[in-house]
Design a protein around this ligand. Structure first.
Ligand code: FPP
Length: 237
């Protein structure tokens, strides 16, 4: 372990908005989709790095409920990328590394059946792994997640007076996923973009100027170093 790694307080749960693929590509005169391809490589690097550093939970924003507004060709590219690269090409390696894969988001009609099937296979293959949990937020939005949670609670016949924070947390897409400790956004933008807002209520936020395709272990360590310097009070003193 390097001197630097020795001084890091490694957060248990890191959530990442992987932003800047399009701008990375534009700066190089490439297509936006080339940026997503490089972004997939970066995701793979970050997963390895987080796993090596001992992060227990890593949640990444792969496709939002708002991303359907993008041109159909880009949407189709992202669907194919998550299917063939993230869920198929990488899954044996993830499994070998003892990484458990989870997927959160709406399973609506817009997500191709083939992708839903691959999600189920990958989750099933890795479900008993005991290493890091990689959660892919796919067709995900925090507002939709809260709406879906409230619908489930109402359907279960719970009295309004019995609805509290615990009950809402228990009805999110995956109740086992803990609150976020470190919430990272790349690309120099400062927005929440509807990502894990309930779970990140007490997260430390770190914004990196790096475009996502340039993310590597060093950049992840920079964010964790920043996290290590913060004093978390959770509303107390
Ligand atoms: C945001 O960059 C990125 C996305 C909407 C997709 C994230 C996808 C990856 C990191 C590649 C891995 C693929 C999947 C599907 C897991 P942007 O396109 O908004 O970039 P810009 O803000 O510079 O235009």
């Amino acid at each position: 372990m390097s001197e630097r790694q020795h001084n890091l307080i490694v957060p248990s749960h890191i959530a990442c908005v992987m932003d800047g693929n399009g701008r990375w590509a534009k700066e190089r005169g490439l297509k936006r989709t080339d940026g997503h391809l490089e972004g997939e490589e970066a995701l793979h690097r970050v997963v390895q790095a987080a796993n090596d550093l001992g992060v227990e939970w890593l949640t990444v924003y792969a496709f939002s409920t708002e991303n359907w507004k993008r041109p159909p060709s880009e949407v189709a590219f992202l669907m194919k990328l998550v299917d063939e690269s993230v869920l198929l090409k990488r899954r044996d390696e993830l499994h070998e590394k003892n990484v458990r894969v989870k997927v959160i988001g709406r399973r609506d009609w817009r997500v191709p059946r083939k992708v839903l099937k691959r999600i189920d296979e990958t989750v099933e293959l890795t479900k008993d792994n005991t290493g890091m949990t990689l959660t892919i937020a796919f067709n995900y939005g925090s507002q939709a997640e809260l709406v879906d949670a409230v619908r489930k609670i109402i359907d279960s016949g719970v009295q309004a007076s019995d609805v509290d924070e615990k009950r809402i947390s228990a009805n999110l897409y995956d109740a086992a996923i803990p609150d976020v400790d470190l919430w990272i956004r790349t690309s120099g933008e400062y927005r929440l973009s509807n990502f894990m807002t309930w779970q990140a209520s007490y997260a430390e936020m770190v914004f990196l100027d790096t475009y996502w395709p340039d993310m590597d272990k060093g950049q992840l360590e920079d964010a964790i170093e920043e996290f290590s310097r913060r004093h978390r009070r959770f509303g107390g003193l």
